[in-house]
Design a protein around this ligand. Sequence first.
Ligand code: SAM
Length: 410
Amino acid sequence: MAEHPAYPVGLRLTGRRVVVLGGGQVAQRRLPALIAAGADVLLVSPEATPSVEAMADAGEITWARRRYADGDLADAWYALIATSDPEANAAASAEAERHRVWCVRSDDADAATAWTPATGHSEGVTIAVLTTHAKGRDPRHTAAVRDAVVEGLRDGTLVAPHHRTRTPGVALVGGGPGDPDLITVRGRRLLAEADVVIADRLGPRDLLAELPPHVEVIDAAKIPYGRYMAQEAINNALIEHAKQGKSVVRLKGGDPYVFGRGMEELQALAEAGIPCTVVPGVSSSVSVPGAAGIPVTHRGVAHEFTVVSGHVAPDDERSLVDWPALARLTGTLVILMGVDKIGKIAETLVAHGKSPDTPVALVQEGTTAAQRRVDATLATVAEAVRTHEVRPPAVIVVGEVVTVGPREPE
Ligand SMILES: C[S@@+](CC[C@H](N)C(=O)[O-])C[C@H]1O[C@@H](n2cnc3c(N)ncnc32)[C@H](O)[C@@H]1O
């Protein structure tokens, strides 16, 4: 008999009975998608893996703890046959045929009347990849094709423009600490779809080079601000471009809400009636120490970490930081924007009781090719910044966590 290609289809299973025979690894892999599709799943199996059992305990599936019996498929719309007993599989397969129930067989793709495609999801579409003929079945290849398509759509290397009208507006995207791999999947996709990108100096600058030529890239630091404050000028630029009907990405270093003025921009956009979405980012406060081998918490060493801005000195009347309180904490102190004022900060911490021997690490340009780490103590940090010419951007970590990891060679 000539072998015809399989006919792809999407089953809408909400509330419909799907029978799964066998509670092993195959069921464990397939059940989540059936549950997500809203199917009324009946699992028939004397045993089940702990994960499958948990789905039954949670009421996501009904579990009949017994072997397959003739008649089990009578009410099914769809069946997955995956027991370890070839005879039971064959009998169930014959029953499925009798009742005209499409059935997948884990042990014999040839005997099955349906195949499960390799699936993935991206932005409202399901990508389902099937081998055309049973003979050439190569599940690893179908999975690889699926991965390539899904990854490509997610990271923007495969461009599939949306034809529905895009809502103009602004996305405040946290770009992560600098390494282009450390932006979120959502952030990268929005970047790939943008008409205008307004970017900070910090963050994944390399990603800007990948943008198609029609995308207008604006350096936030170079927006002229004349009679406005710099931030006001940035807000105005966001509003103006969005009003022209463009999709605007405001690309920020780290996370938009960690010393990133994200809320100020969101408020300005809201006042102007511009829709705005916020995409979180990997903050340098945690990721930069991590990239230099420093965990901000460690069992038995630090049960808290505090992230603090060091952009104004402790004795500056504009400072909102309670440095004496921070000096009393036993956990980790992570200081951002603190390179210039670290001398004063270290003095204040020591004056309020922190040991001068407390370890300190400065991590400059973390996660980038230029990353470097300088170690010191509260007593020596000001001198270390001078001798090693530490420059912003740097994250300063104060606390015993600095010494728990293996020291990386310079
Ligand atoms: C205005 S704050 C913005 C923080 C950002 N929103 C975040 O969540 O990481 C800028 C400060 O973040 C720190 N920083 C950001 N990226 C860094 C990097 N790659 N390496 C070291 N420090 C970084 C520095 O302390 C810098 O002065």
